[in-house]
Ligand binder design. Sequence first.
Ligand SMILES: *[C@@H]1O[C@H](CO)[C@@H](O)[C@H](O)[C@H]1NC(C)=O
Ligand SMILES: *[C@@H]1O[C@H](CO)[C@@H](O)[C@H](O)[C@H]1NC(C)=O
Ligand SMILES: *[C@@H]1O[C@H](CO)[C@@H](O)[C@H](O)[C@H]1NC(C)=O
Ligand SMILES: *[C@@H]1O[C@H](CO)[C@@H](O)[C@H](O)[C@H]1NC(C)=O
Ligand SMILES: *[C@@H]1O[C@H](CO)[C@@H](O)[C@H](O)[C@H]1NC(C)=O
Length: 454
Amino acid sequence: MKLGTLNGLRGKRLSLTLIIIFTTLLIWGWERTPHQDTFHPQHEQDLYPQVARIKYIHQLPSEEEDFPDADTIGNRTNGTVPQVLSDKPVGSPTASKTTEVDEGLQAITVENNACNYAKGKWVSHERRPLYSGFGCKQWLSEPWACRLTQRKDFSYEKFRWQPESCDMPEFEGSKFLRRMQDKTIAFVGDSLGRQQFQSLMCMVSGGEQRSDVEDVGLQYGFVTGPDAARPNGWAYQFSSTNTTILYYWSATLCDVEPLNVSDPATNYAMHLDRPTSFLSQNLHRFDVLILNTGHHWNRGKLNANRWEMYVNGAPNTDKKLAPMGSAKDFAVHSVVKWLDGQLPLHPRLKAFYRSISPRHFFNGEWNSGGTCDNTKPLAGGSVVSQDAAVDVAAVSAVNGTSVELLDITALSQLRDEGHISKYSIKGTQGVQDCLHWCLPGIPDTWNEILAAQL
Ligand SMILES: *[C@@H]1O[C@H](CO)[C@@H](O)[C@H](O)[C@H]1NC(C)=O
Ligand SMILES: *[C@@H]1O[C@H](CO)[C@@H](O)[C@H](O)[C@H]1NC(C)=O
Ligand SMILES: *[C@@H]1O[C@H](CO)[C@@H](O)[C@H](O)[C@H]1NC(C)=O
Ligand SMILES: *[C@@H]1O[C@H](CO)[C@@H](O)[C@H](O)[C@H]1NC(C)=O
Ligand SMILES: *[C@@H]1O[C@H](CO)[C@@H](O)[C@H](O)[C@H]1NC(C)=O
């Protein structure tokens, strides 16, 4: 343990140095190439200078919810569910071989601060996936449960993330629930946050049908009804431990309000410097909070949602904030700063900002024939060796705050085969989803790292 801690510390110092170097490069690049509204490749390079070292170039997020939304689609592709396949995950989560002992928790807590969970490698592992894509129908949105689609290759499910210099205990749902007794875990963000929420629900319940889970959405004002397209959030409580896990949909994390409440065609003020009111209203109820955003920051979304950027309660007049990338960074900094200021008032709250989930559209964009057809896991390598986080904007937002970074970008970049790809609902029309991930899949690892950092 001591050795691990020392290595970790050294790693941390090195990582800080690298971060500073990269930040310098970033600022330098930034000043040389002013932001533009459209994200073309040159611009991507400037925003993410170090990514060039990774084979799969990180792509800036653009359109997201133009993929059919998980809950507005009622019907599963009929007749394509492989009926004969086993309902059991390949590695049964109950057949535990873990050597983790409870006294290990103390040591892990000590190591937490020193360990960079984002640096490490993917290794094939018998006990993956952590739950069954058939068994977890209760929590998975149909388009994301790739086992229920026509997809036939599932080797992407069989990998475990191994951080280089720290032990990551095997995740066990029941143990996790006990640790989280009487606690509330909240995900707030875009649909990638929702994926992580569904993943955690499956991981905790072992992908089995649970009758001891209560829908407590009403307590958070998540209303669903015959006319509602979908609720804006979901909240469930495991009655064995009174652990609540919830997700609230906030694409930008900003407070958004109609400019004219009596006009159905009203525009909305998107307050870049004001977090979504759901956060301010409910923060006192949370023990763990995981924020994310990134995939809605583009002109198309802004216009389609009739959002207008507001700063200081008035329409934004600062030209430097007008480009979407700058607006996003400003909003993320604002929400993290606000949250950091709230933490002393909420001493039991542990807050994370999750770094961007990478997209993998090759040979085109989401709407111009872009694909992610590779089925060979880790074709571009299995190791993340750099210390510095890829999502520089996220690093800089949490820097100097008590909000922790949940850094999943680089390790997810290696997993282009793990997206929904052509098995999306729109797949038959040639549209691939290289943004969202198959579940079980990559977001499970995000939750393993989250659990290790708690
Ligand atoms: C879904 O199923 C219903 C009846 O089960 C059918 O009427 C409807 O057309 C289907 N929708 C799609 C998009 O296939
Ligand atoms: C597919 O649809 C048919 C009737 O349209 C129905 O009998 C069958 O149960 C459906 N299969 C699945 C897997 O939903
Ligand atoms: C859960 O909460 C209820 C009501 O607050 C309480 O009666 C019950 O004992 C709690 N159960 C556990 C396992 O903590
Ligand atoms: C708000 O919308 C209503 C209905 O369209 C309209 O009559 C009213 O003039 C609007 N108010 C303002 C201040 O624009
Ligand atoms: C973090 O903040 C410190 C102090 O403000 C600054 O010197 C450093 O450059 C920042 N690092 C990053 C990565 O933003």
